[in-house]
Design a binder for this molecule. Sequence first.
Ligand code: PEP
Length: 259
Amino acid sequence: MRVPIVAGNWKMNKTVAEARDLVAEMIPFLRDVQGVKTVFCPPSPALLPVSAMLQGTDIGLGAQNMHWEEKGAFTGELAPAMVAEFCQYVILGHSERRMYFGETDETVNRKVRAAQAHDLIPIVCVGETLDENESGRTSEVVSRQLSAGLQDVDPASASRIVIAYEPIWAIGTGRAATGPDANRVVADVIRPALEKLFGAQTAQAIRVLYGGSVKAGNAAEFFAQPDIDGALVGGASLKADEFVKIVYVARAEVLKGGA
Ligand code: PEP
């Protein structure tokens, strides 16, 4: 039984004061939700104050990136131990990091292994561009991102890894994949790639989220899919009522026996 995750990636939005307001608005509705794991991923300056606000709740906290080295001359970066002081999760390999900051499958791989070494749960993002999608290369691209990004990770803790399937053409565009299409990629590409890396049992235990223009209005379509175990939510995670509704839709699907 995979407990679904609804994670909010706030990206480079919200000052500390704004983050506090947003979290304060959501906590009463999300603090005790059962059967769905809620995770907030605010920008770095908000990690400490938000972690204090989340004490005593079931809501998880994640960073949006980190470096793989333990410490040293890496100006502007966050070390794994710094993230692990406040967070349980870390988003790795988001397409915006790959596109604007030169992340590669190799750097994602180093980060995943560093996260494992620090007991952090990595949310590893994979997904194809519009061009790759339209030229029928989704399977090739996503398989490569997984086999290279997860190579040599510790199989003993591989089941804790979370994958986010985020077709790049669906991120921030308002043009989401359909539930069945996203499920097909997860079932036919992602789980087989995970099985090749870690065996069938672990591949079935790993949670795979969908990300890309998820809103309260379309969330059920994804959560109802058998191979999709929640969502990584960008834009809609910045609005308290919208994000709370998405978590509640996930909860309703769990009660129905879906997500
Ligand atoms: C994201 O950036 O991970 C994302 C899914 O963004 P949005 O929900 O805004 O498409």
